[in-house]
Design a binder for this molecule. Structure first.
Ligand code: NIG
Ligand code: FE
Length: 409
């Protein structure tokens, strides 16, 4: 006897690529101990529904998808950057604003000033909003602290979110976001501090499972990135990178050499980068929100990624400077409209491939027996509707570990 049986639903399993969306129409899903114990056509159930499970829930012919996974966010930050948004619209570049002490550095100031409680309150609200949009898993980066106290404050907020919410939440240390002002003329000392002091402490306190570097002309060079990757690998952190967002530096090839879980942004990546990522199994996480908000023109090489069958994830990159967007269905819409993703590729990008970008593919990202019973119900006629509304899309119910997590609307 299963714990719970959901009946009368259409499942976009995302597991099986033989049918669009891996769809099973008129399906049932059984849950046991928080995991999917059975999924298939309702007519194939071994017995009458009420004889199969203690609880039977009629989903009224709604669609069910795997819980959505936002595999790249900067959701813990102080302040906002609306004035800079206005400056950018007047023609000032993202790079020039950073060089004048704004941009990432302006969020660093606001985040350093914010209390733990204020950061937690804002982050909780943002994570809860993501849940209304169907998210059951989040990755959240530090990177607006850039000193011991503030980086740890952000990572502790993330840890606390995990205690308050049923979601799966992964934390990534992005101390190598930019060089902070106090180290401006001694950048090698900042990198040495990350390597010798910060990463070992974060490891010891288990405050993050991955290390990310912003490899870009305005942030860290290829050589600096490699030094940080070496230290991160030695401490057994997973590796991630922000690469080829504004220029081609082949940070994605470097990350592939370090068997990174994902390389993210990638607008300027080349065929050799794609080949390197294919060889290492590194996921390409594309971030159309930042592309849109920065009014970028360079489109990531989608055809090459498809040709070499590199898994493509999509994420919000939710942050105050380049992507103030906290809805994965809005991101799906942007990927389809701006880059011609198919709606199915977009949904795979925020489920199966996003799980792989976090190393969670054994337990998350598709509706399959043995995986976590994390799923979202949607009052839609076809899964393509999830990528259709620019304003995002609220789910009607969210299930995490087999339990109702929230009535979303
Ligand atoms: O992913 N590219 C670097 N980091 C963030 C933006 C951070 C910011 O501008 O605050 C990004 O786009
Ligand atoms: Fe980012």
């Amino acid at each position: 006897m299963f714990d719970t049986l959901f009946i009368n639903l259409h499942a976009a399993t995302m597991a099986d690529q033989k049918t669009p969306y891996g769809a099973i129409h008129d399906a049932a899903i059984a849950v046991q101990d928080g995991k999917i114990a059975w999924i298939g056509k309702k007519s194939d159930l071994p017995d009458a529904p009420e004889k199969c499970a203690k609880d039977v829930i009629d989903a009224d012919h709604q669609w069910v998808t795997p819980g959505l996974i936002d595999c790249h966010t900067h959701l813990v930050f102080g302040g906002q950057r609306a004035d800079e948004f206005a400056r950018k619209l007047q023609g000032e570049s993202y790079e020039a604003i950073l060089a004048s002490g704004g941009g990432i550095l302006s969020s660093v100031r606001a985040t350093r000033e914010a209390s733990f409680e204020d950061l937690l309150k804002a982050a909780l609200e943002r994570a809860r909003y993501a849940m209304t949009q169907g998210a059951t898993t989040l990755e959240i980066k530090s990177g607006y602290g850039l000193d011991l106290e503030s980086e740890c404050k952000i990572l502790r907020v993330i840890k606390h979110l995990r205690e308050l919410l049923p979601m799966t939440i992964k934390a990534t240390c992005l101390a190598a976001h930019v060089v902070p002002p106090e180290y401006q003329d001694r950048r090698s000392e900042y990198i040495a501090w990350i390597i010798k002091d910060l990463l070992p402490q974060i490891k010891q306190e288990e405050l993050a499972s991955a290390v990310d570097v912003f490899c870009e002309k305005i942030a860290f060079t290829l050589e600096e990135t490699e030094q940080i990757f070496q230290a991160a690998k030695a401490l057994d952190f997973d590796i991630k990178i922000h690469a080829e967002q504004l220029s081609s530096m082949h940070g994605s090839s470097l990350a592939a050499r370090y068997e990174a879980l994902s390389a993210d942004h990638l607008e300027y990546m080349t065929e050799s980068d794609v080949i390197a990522m294919k060889a290492s199994g590194t996921v390409a996480t594309l971030l159309p929100g930042a592309f849109y908000f920065l009014r970028e023109k360079q489109i990531p090489p989608l055809d090459l990624l498809r040709q070499y069958q590199v898994p493509i994830a999509l994420a919000t990159d939710f942050n105050p400077g380049t992507s103030p967007i906290n809805s994965l269905s809005t991101i799906m819409n942007l990927a389809c409209v701006l880059w011609r993703f198919t709606p199915e590729e977009a949904l795979r990008g925020v489920t199966l491939h996003a799980a792989q970008a976090l190393g969670l593919q054994a337990t998350h990202g598709s509706l399959e027996v043995g995986k976590n019973a994390d799923f979202a119900f949607w009052n839609i006629e076809t899964p393509a509707e999830l990528a259709y509304y620019l304003h995002g899309r609220a789910c009607s119910e969210l299930i995490i570990h087999g339990e109702s997590a929230q009535h979303c609307s």
